[in-house]
Design a protein around this ligand. Sequence first.
Ligand SMILES: Nc1nc2c(ncn2[C@@H]2O[C@H](COP(=O)(O)OP(=O)(O)O)[C@@H](O)[C@H]2O)c(=O)[nH]1
Ligand SMILES: Nc1ncnc2c1ncn2[C@@H]1O[C@H](COP(=O)(O)OP(=O)(O)O)[C@@H](O)[C@H]1O
Length: 221
Amino acid sequence: MAARLLFRAVIMGPPGSGKGTISDRIVKTFALQHLSSGDLLRLNIQKKTEIGIVAKSYIDQGQLVPDDVITKLILQELNSMRTNSWLLDGFPRTVPQAKALDDAHQINSVIDLNVPFETIRQRLTARWIHPGSGRVYNTEFNPPKVLGIDDITGEPLIQREDDQPETVTKRLKGYEALTRPVLEYYRNKGVLETFSGTETNKIWPHVHAFLRTKLPDVSQE
Ligand SMILES: Nc1nc2c(ncn2[C@@H]2O[C@H](COP(=O)(O)OP(=O)(O)O)[C@@H](O)[C@H]2O)c(=O)[nH]1
Ligand SMILES: Nc1ncnc2c1ncn2[C@@H]1O[C@H](COP(=O)(O)OP(=O)(O)O)[C@@H](O)[C@H]1O
């Protein structure tokens, strides 16, 4: 496929706004490759790589991993996705990250999930993940078939250490201070699309309708 036909998108929103959940629906519907910075970091932590060891100390504190560490990791990964359309989830989270991404790739659209912080706090205490795949559950919204067990592999689910209420508060503060300016950055570039709401099932049809104007729906193929 010629480079000009590739679609490059970013999905943004505060922690717990549904980026992972909506990304999952997007990749099932459109031919896009999904890259989640959080999943990639957790994989590195699991494998105890050098990056994983550095990242863990920040993540557990509810702080962002340093810009140079995450930027290098993501740009390296994107290098292996040169011929694909992609959806980047969780990166960029600071203006320096956004600028570094711009220097390497042209971003066509930024999907911004605007979900109130109170809604998010409630969701994150009920979030369970399958660490191997990044599959995400919620005991109220999308519970696993068997409590504590991944539907697909039968392996145990875990709660993220950084989903404890005090850490969530720190992450939301960090979002306000460091990530909100990235929305402004993309608004000024004319690529920001904001979707507001408190329920993924109500937000998703709007995201779907928007992407439908950019990409063919391949879910029936
Ligand atoms: N109650 C409720 N939970 C949701 C909804 N959408 C997503 N969730 C859950 O909220 C948590 C955060 O969603 P996730 O997609 O992981 O958000 P991310 O941190 O932005 O990637 C997960 O446990 C989801 O299953 C919703 O509409 N209602
Ligand atoms: N682009 C990034 N820059 C710095 N730190 C990041 C980035 N992406 C992920 N992280 C680190 O990983 C943690 C978990 O990220 P993620 O799984 O995207 O969480 P959530 O989706 O709940 O916001 C973040 O709180 C942060 O410490």
